[in-house]
Design a protein around this ligand. Structure first.
Ligand SMILES: [Zn+2]
Length: 218
């Protein structure tokens, strides 16, 4: 299949390694796809948070390390889940062939984000993107610092490491690597369940406070 001019335009500012994976996948996929979105502006990310569509200012879209792909049936977009597994198969095979690590949003437990593919935080730090010359600051102001004080799957950094240390101290088996992945999310959910609060795997103020408190170990 061929990526349309619009898809190619949407890959502007996306890390060249991820562009290569998308391009290679287009050549081998059994399910045609196009690009919905690549690099996202901070203004748009703020809008998505306001509308509830996104919970984090640490989105990999901001630094051009993520793309969203949509399944196409002819000229029509389809959101049928099985089609996204086929696109993911092609993306993973392409990533293997090119030796580029990728993560698929469809592999995140409890939150299926089938269109989303990203380069891992560990291998590709935020500022590592040769396609960009105007990298935005991580957290530009205090309001956004508050918004990003919630920790969710996909987040990375010192705050995640502190969270993981606290979970480990409470007996959850984790490696505090600063990456909020599926295992961290599962541990957060288990902790929330044991604390009798909603087990959504999102570390907001209540979960954060309970975790920081001294208490019996589990
Ligand atoms: Zn995405």
């Amino acid at each position: 299949m061929i990526l349309t001019a619009r898809s190619l335009k949407r890959l502007d500012g996306v890390h060249p390694d991820l562009v290569r994976v998308v391009d290679h996948a287009a050549g081998i996929t059994t399910q045609p796809f196009q690009v919905i979105e690549g690099r996202r502006s901070l203004a748009r990310q703020r809008q998505l948070i306001k509308s509830g569509a996104s919970k984090t200012l640490n989105s990999r879209h901001l630094s051009g390390h993520a793309v969203d792909l949509m399944a196409m049936i002819g000229s029509r977009v389809s959101w049928e889940v099985p089609l996204y597994y086929r696109i993911a198969d092609a993306m993973k095979a392409a990533a293997d062939a090119l030796n580029v690590p990728i993560e698929w949003g469809g592999d995140w437990p409890g939150f299926f984000d089938g269109p989303h593919f990203q380069l891992p935080w560990g291998a590709y730090p935020r500022t590592d993107n040769p396609a960009l010359t105007d990298m935005p600051a991580a957290v530009p102001d205090r309001a956004e610092a508050r918004a990003s004080s919630r920790l969710v799957i996909g987040d990375q950094g010192e705050a995640v490491r502190t969270l993981q240390d606290r979970l480990v101290r409470r007996g959850y088996a984790l490696v505090p690597d600063g990456d909020f992945g599926p295992k961290t999310r599962a541990a957060v959910q288990a902790f929330q369940a044991s604390a009798g609060i909603t087990a959504d795997g999102i570390v907001g103020p209540i979960t954060g406070r309970l975790l920081a408190a001294r208490g019996p170990r589990r």
